[in-house]
Design a protein around this ligand. Structure first.
Ligand code: DX5
Ligand code: ZN
Length: 217
């Protein structure tokens, strides 16, 4: 199976956001990955609701919004209204994760759970049937352009085993340090969605990079 490819806008040229979105529109990318950071949950601030609204005005592909924020329940509705198709919250930021997932679904969005590198897959056991997408962090969240953490392969395999055991339909998304070298091993381990920021946007030919990722099977 070919991956769902989601370029991460964090690595794009924010001064030319319309041009970057149009590049994604005319590429083989499936989704647009949007990283929202609050400077509290992660040591960086990125973008908020007005920018997501602005992206929506040009985007022809679904927006996959990754909330790296505390108290996401305060903002989920605003991101839904801004046009997010998928909204992921961090398990580490959600003492009432089940309630957060119900809130996202009640708005008609796909509900995602993002998982930091130190968080065990076993913490998803009792909620896996409620999750449309697990965003497995293969770097520590907060910044693009970091080195891929190799332990991620084992986590993909454990997560796949859990999904199969519970007959869940959850997609596995890999976020951080994805490139042409690790794309195939990630797919072989059980990934469904590949997020790529710097690998796409630092290339002189982003569309070709997206196409090559898309052709991985
Ligand atoms: C990290 C973000 C990632 C990031 C990926 O906190 O969640 O989505 O943009 O960027 P690369 O592909 O450059 O590691
Ligand atoms: Zn992300």
């Amino acid at each position: 199976m070919n991956p769902i490819v989601a370029p991460s806008i964090l690595a794009s040229d924010f001064a030319n956001l319309q041009r970057e979105i149009e590049m994604i529109n005319t590429s083989q990318a499936d989704w647009i990955h949007i990283d929202v950071m609050d400077g509290v949950f992660v040591p960086n601030i990125s973008l908020g609701v007005p920018i997501v609204e602005a992206i929506k005005r040009h985007a022809k592909k679904p927006m996959d919004v990754h909330l790296m924020i505390v108290q996401p329940e305060k903002y989920v509705e605003a991101f839904h209204k801004a046009g997010a198709e998928t909204i992921s919250v961090h398990i580490e930021a959600c003492p009432h994760l089940h309630r957060n997932l119900q809130q996202i679904k009640s708005l008609g969005c796909k509900a995602g759970v993002a998982v930091n590198p130190h968080t065990p897959i076993s913490s998803l056991e009792d909620v896996i049937l409620d999750i449309d997408l697990v965003c497995l962090m293969s770097v520590n969240p907060g910044f693009g352009g970091q080195k891929f953490i190799e332990r991620t392969y084992d986590k993909i395999r454990s997560l796949k085993t859990l999904i199969n055991k519970r007959k869940a339909k959850t997609l596995i998304e890999i976020d951080g340090g994805v490139n042409q070298q690790n794309a195939k091993p990630l797919m072989d381990a059980g990934a469904d969605v590949l997020v790529a920021g710097n690998f796409v946007f630092s290339s002189s030919n982003p569309k070709e990079v997206i196409q090559r990722l898309k052709e991985v099977s």
